[in-house]
Write a protein that binds this ligand. Structure first.
Ligand code: HGY
Ligand code: MN
Ligand code: MN
Length: 399
């Protein structure tokens, strides 16, 4: 049984929060390759070195703390959404660091730690681990742009100390990622732990419609080619057409809209928006894509809009490894008997990509009120520590 140090763990978690602390409560703004993200990664590399790990920053800025020989890899990401809480990703990284320290103090089993870069998709979808796993080529990633037109290649060049080489995945026997649930189930049911059985799939692309920019006072309603009206029509038609295809667990989101030129007295001539959809069934994701494209084309044709699509990004649904899951099940039952459950993940995680390389499993702790990707995200300290102990318990068994 590994003996973790909850005070050291909570202290490091709070220090990580200080990089990019913002907004109300425990909010954080630390998007990939921002000054706060880079500073946090440099701090993390120092903590890894102090833990006796060999630091390797890969070509995209994912930071590894490597134990000698074959080891279990643990971690998550330390970049954030444009507005975020303090635990999304950070929890998994700092819990991994604490387990690695406890393991080194106990003389094994060897544990390596990672913080993947751009999990939150400033440029793509879980970009750092997608490149490491071969889901996305570095070449293709380099051409991706953020919403201000900065390329991934330009952004990753900002990260100091990068190696030219990627870490060889063959040195790891498996991957464990601890995370907040980011949904309401555990909190509502009064449970302490979720052991993940599967992670949903995702598709994500940008859509652009170009109509005609004109004067908002003199242009008759009849005949306008208003890009906002096109988006509005597309959104209503899509909701109706999805009705026959989706389940209560399917989700879709238009989360970012850039309307041009975005002024009250101008009929907008152009809109670019993000279209994202998620489901546990890859076939359903494909059927939804067909509906999206047909609907966009119909809207565009009706009023003569030019229609174009950005790169189609996505990850398929994946199952967690049974042996690693079993270790988490046993550790959860030992720590919180009857207060844990098996559950799917509706959020994406680096574990999806890593599952192409090695067995993976994931552990959730409750999110208060089910809030995440918002400044209000939080988890009770006692639940954070319970999660850490379950993680350490599982590692102790696997070693
Ligand atoms: O969007 C997601 O599910 C993840 O937090 N990147
Ligand atoms: Mn996350
Ligand atoms: Mn997230």
């Amino acid at each position: 049984m590994l003996s973790v140090n909850p005070e050291r763990f909570l202290s490091d978690l709070n220090t990580l929060r200080s990089f990019g602390a913002a907004g109300v409560g425990k909010g954080v703004v630390r998007p990939a390759y921002s000054d706060a993200d880079i500073a946090a990664r440099e701090w993390l590399a120092g903590r890894m070195r102090e833990a006796g790990l060999d630091v390797h920053v890969d070509p995209v800025g994912s930071v590894f703390g490597l134990a000698e020989g074959t080891s279990l890899l643990m971690g998550s990401h330390s970049d954030s959404q444009p507005e975020s809480g303090w635990l999304d990703g950070a929890l998994g990284v700092i819990a991994a660091l604490e387990v690695a320290r406890a393991s080194a103090e106990a003389g094994g089993p060897p544990v390596s730690v990672v913080s993947f870069e751009d999990e939150e998709g400033r440029f793509g979808v879980t970009t750092g681990s997608a490149v490491w796993s071969g889901t996305l080529s570095l070449d293709k990633a380099d051409g991706l742009t953020d919403r201000d037109g900065v390329t991934f290649a330009e952004a990753r060049a900002r990260m100091p100390g990068r190696s030219e080489d990627f870490v060889d995945p063959a040195r790891f026997s498996g991957f464990l990622e601890m995370h907040i649930e980011q949904g309401p189930v555990l909190d509502r049911e009064g449970e302490a732990i979720g052991v993940v059985d599967a992670i949903v799939g995702i598709r994500d692309m940008k859509i652009t419609m170009v109509g005609e920019q004109n004067h908002a006072g003199t242009t008759p309603m009849q005949g306008r080619r208003d890009a906002f009206q096109a988006l509005s029509r597309f959104n209503s038609m899509l909701d109706e057409r999805f009705a026959n295809v989706v389940t209560p667990h399917t989700v879709w989101t238009i989360g970012h809209v850039a309307l041009h030129p975005n002024a009250s007295s101008i009929v907008p001539g152009k809109v670019t928006f993000s279209m994202q959809w998620r489901d546990g069934d890859a076939d359903r994701l494909g059927r939804m894509e067909t509906i999206i494209r047909e609907t966009a084309e119909e809207v565009a044709q009706t009023r003569g809009f030019e229609l174009s699509y950005g790169p189609m990004l996505g990850l398929d649904p994946v199952d967690m490894d049974k042996r690693l899951r079993g270790a988490l099940d046993h550790a959860a039952e030992a720590e919180v008997p009857g207060r844990w459950r098996t559950m799917p993940s509706g959020a994406l995680h680096d574990a999806t990509n890593v599952s192409r390389l090695m067995p993976v499993a994931m552990l959730f702790v409750p999110s208060i009120g089910g809030i995440s990707h918002a400044f209000g995200e939080d988890t009770a300290e006692a639940d954070l520590v319970t999660g850490l102990k379950v993680l350490a318990g599982a590692v102790g068994q696997l070693g």
